[in-house]
Design a protein around this ligand. Sequence first.
Ligand SMILES: NCc1[nH]cc(CCC(=O)O)c1CC(=O)O
Length: 350
Amino acid sequence: MITLFIDLDMGTLQRISSTFLHLLETNVSISATIASDGISSMSQNVIRIATRKSPLAMWQAEFVKAELEKAHEGLVVELLPMSTKGDVILDTPLAKVGGKGLFVKELEVAMLEDKADIAVHSMKDVPVDFPEGLGLQVICEREDPRDAFVSNTYKTISELPHGAVVGTSSLRRQCQIRAARPDLEIRDLRGNVGTRLAKLDSGNYDAIILAAAGLKRLKLEQRIASFISAEESLPANGQGAVGIECRTTDERVKALLAPLEHIETRYRVIAERAMNTRLEGGCQVPIGAYAEIVGETLTLRGLVGNPDGSHVIEGTTSGQKTDAEALGIALAEELLAKGAKEILDAVYAK
Ligand SMILES: NCc1[nH]cc(CCC(=O)O)c1CC(=O)O
């Protein structure tokens, strides 16, 4: 149930009615409470979050809502749950659906049309470019960035018997698993986290690979048989980090978001995304990028491979954390010089 406190100024009423229309379209049940003691300038004290409806997206939006309310007493944070194209096209492997920002476009339209103020994203799903007028304002503290091995029978990848079936639709995960274990059979696995676990439980796979962050956030950590180290499976750029997008001109919202920024996570994610950008990688590519910071030094590892794991190119670079973007670009260039472009071109040609 969503409770809306409505004051009587015209702008707010207009905004609320557009929120209603949207929610009606998306079949969310509504119950509205009209506060009779409407506080004037209430609209100054509201932030509307556009979010996907998947349990993980809702968790992330609720997390940002809680953080914002903690940081600003009296702030009212509303959630506007929406469907995106990525949620609707469920049966085709994402690598085939193509198109950038499958999970973010509708949220961005809502912000541009002033139906919402911010959108909360998993950084690994956020495209490189933002539409005119929108930008990534804040990167929150990173959760566990690792991939997780999930199985009801086996503890680790190395325990899997010859020819075992592993579920993942990520070309990055597929590449690294097959590089270590060419005998394994990889099958596509789509849907939100709960759907993927249900498919494992129904016996279609011996094991599946998911992001540890998603499982932890949904209190499904007990489903993790083992964590896969970054050495075994280099995470995707931004994995485990939540980012917040808003209108670039909205100074009120930008000021409210500022306390949620986690600068160390930002440096790490900037380096990882810069590498991806220089490689011209979209979000469905066999690319791993993972940065860590010790003291002032950022170390970035990168990997490009073909999905069957027969070719893997890796590199590492270190430098000042404040040079995060330059480090990402330099590592991408090193990988390109080692043949990454040929691998990526072959993947995109398929
Ligand atoms: N591609 C979907 C997606 N986007 C973010 C996460 C997990 C949480 C995160 O990385 O922040 C997942 C699920 C998964 O890969 O298992």
